[in-house]
Design a binder for this molecule. Structure first.
Ligand code: GLC
Ligand code: MG
Length: 580
């Protein structure tokens, strides 16, 4: 299948993000400048050279806004400022200026499905009472006997909280508010004009006054709910924790199957697209190339392309690629389907393997293909095969970085960091752990503060040795200072791949999957470059001649080969000879 051209002509075909590699920074865990154990904006600024030398195009910052941190910043109490623990607006401007000086664009997180319960609006809503204009900004409903419908929170427990315990007022008896996530994250009402106005203002504030280059839209498939809020098919216990799947019910990767898809009346409603059309109009009035990228866990996956039509978003995370098992056929299907569906709307697809919500891919790939890890991993769970996980992760990443379109990296994956799979349960902070009655461990294992040096009590994360989540001791050997001079290191592989990707314009290229490759081998031709990945446990060969550009197993390159030989669980890039 060849996909060099697209039938759809869009105004944004020259936009910077179409082939960009965007690096996700999780601010609390990137670098700590003041020793309080929490990463901060000055910490990020002080390590921008790492990102510039890595060769990425942009940095996306997870939320750094004022927040009670019930959901690590995804509970925003003020959309127009910086959380004091993380810095100031001046620190943000300094970060952006320094990033731009290095040619790095800056993307910020936009959290429109819910605010924090400490947002002035929610406090005003509670104070104002039933059926007030203040309450109309949120999803308050009256229901005398029990919750207004059967929806469950994605973090466990029901999605409705009673109002009366919060206000202590008689007239609030029977009133509830909706929270798809924690109760401290009340859902906004997107039928309310104030809500629209605030987010239009948010776009202007950050893109005009503070010079950001794009927005990552949190829960982009949420926001608008089906009229009448009918029951869904999943019910209130989304994680199935009331009756644990095993006797012990200790939680973790192997106690729970995959979490149910985000489908039904709370998600992916047609009306949500009007919101993105509105935002695109606002942004087009500012600059034509401001990125909007959707976090949309849609089901069916074909709906993803609807979010990236020309008058809506620019990109959407390709979670099908992230979720694909270690299997050549499955990955081939995802690649071909994604490209075809995005081509139909003239949008580039994206590729992603890790983020702050999933088990790091160096650990996911250390389990048998298809093992569910949605619930996180803890000390009592079977542990991944670390060496195999990293070997496969490097292969998967090298292959991914050669594909056309955009790519997203998550901080620390360039070091080959595994998940912290043995974190003590009493250190956990993810609200899921508490809300599921300590059954679903959640996402802390991928959010651990980064190692920057092999020595020091917090491995260079900060000056004091404090870290808000504990670091595993083995991470010392993975610090950039250890990997920098080693051509075989994971960090060197990422740098090589990103520099070749740019040199050979692979992000702007096309993908043609070769037929007739040996079983378990996936080979894609992108212009004059061949990308090959051997999923199998035995060596394999393909009859392509050329010069080796990059290998996932080590740093040796430059050799000419008549046939490409692939070691087990490895990937290579080849400059093709017959590519005239
Ligand atoms: C998104 C974020 C996740 C957060 C949730 C609620 O899925 O990526 O971290 O918990 O939204 O805002
Ligand atoms: Mg700090």
């Amino acid at each position: 299948m060849s996909t060099p051209t697209t039938a759809v002509q869009r105004h944004d075909t020259g936009a910077w993000w179409r082939d960009a590699v965007i690096y996700q920074v999780y601010p609390r865990s990137f670098a700590d400048s003041d020793g309080d154990g929490v990463g901060d904006l000055p910490g990020i600024t002080s390590h921008l050279d790492h990102l510039a030398s890595l060769g990425v195009d942009a940095v996306w910052l997870s939320p750094f806004y004022p927040s009670p941190q019930v959901d690590a910043g995804y509970d925003v109490s003020d959309y127009f400022d910086v959380e004091p623990e993380l810095g100031t607006l001046a620190d943000f401007d300094a970060l952006t200026t320094r990033a731009h000086e290095r040619g790095l664009r800056v993307v910020v997180d936009l959290v429109p499905n819910h605010t924090s319960d400490r947002h002035a609006w929610f406090e005003e809503a509670l104070a104002a009472g039933p059926e007030s204009p203040e309450r109309d900004r949120y999803m308050f409903r009256f229901s005398e006997d029990g919750a207004p419908n059967n929806w469950g929170s994605l973090f466990g427990g029901p999605a409705w909280a009673p109002v009366e315990p919060l206000t202590g007022r008689e007239e609030d008896r029977g009133w509830w508010y909706l929270h798809l996530f924690a109760p401290e994250q009340p859902d906004l009402n997107w039928d309310n004009e104030d809500v629209h106005a605030m987010f239009r203002e948010f776009l202007r504030f950050w893109a005009v006054d503070h010079g950001v280059d794009g927005f990552r839209v949190d829960v982009a498939h949420g926001l608008v709910k089906a009229p009448g809020l009918p029951d869904d098919a999943v019910g209130p216990d989304r994680w199935g924790v009331v009756e644990p799947a095993t006797e012990q019910g200790t939680g973790g990767a192997h106690d729970h199957g995959p979490k149910p898809p985000d489908s039904g009346p709370a998600f992916d409603q047609p009306g949500v697209h009007d919101v993105y059309r509105e935002w695109r109009r606002v942004l087009n009035g500012i600059r034509s190339d401001v990125l909007l990228v959707a976090e949309a866990w849609v089901d069916p996956p074909s709906h993803r392309a609807l979010y990236v039509r020309e008058d809506e978003m620019s990109q959407a995370f390709n979670f099908d690629y992230l979720k694909a098992p270690w299997d050549a056929g499955a990955v081939r299907r995802v690649i071909e389907t994604s490209i075809a569906e995005h081509d139909a709307v003239g949008a580039p697809t994206t590729w992603v393997l890790s983020n702050h919500d999933v088990v790091r891919h160096a650990s996911r790939f250390g389990y048998a293909p298809g093992t569910p890890t949605d619930a996180g991993i803890g000390p009592s769970d079977p542990q991944p095969d670390r060496e195999l996980g990293l070997r496969r992760a490097r292969a998967a990443t090298l292959f991914m970085l050669g594909l056309p379109g955009g790519a997203y990296l998550y901080q620390g994956e360039e070091l080959g960091l595994p998940e912290h799979t043995t974190m003590a349960d009493d250190a956990r902070q993810d609200p899921t752990w508490l809300r599921t009655g300590h059954k679903v461990r959640g996402r802390d294992g991928c959010r651990v503060p980064l190692p920057w040096t092999a020595e020091g009590p917090s491995l260079g994360f900060g000056p004091s040795g404090r870290t808000w989540l504990p670091q595993p001791a083995e991470w010392a050997g993975l610090a950039p200072t250890v990997q920098n001079g080693d051509p075989d290191s994971t960090l060197s592989m990422y740098r090589r791949a990103l520099s070749l990707r740019r040199e050979r314009s692979l992000g702007r290229g096309s993908a043609e999957v070769l037929d007739g490759t040996p079983e378990g081998v996936l080979a894609v031709r992108n212009g004059t470059t061949l990308l090959a990945l051997n999923f199998g446990d035995a060596p394999a060969e393909i009859g392509s001649a050329g010069t080796v550009l990059a290998r996932s197993t080590d740093g040796s390159t430059g050799g000419r080969v008549d046939r490409l030989r692939l070691e087990p669980c490895s990937a290579q890039w080849l400059a093709l000879e017959d590519a005239g």
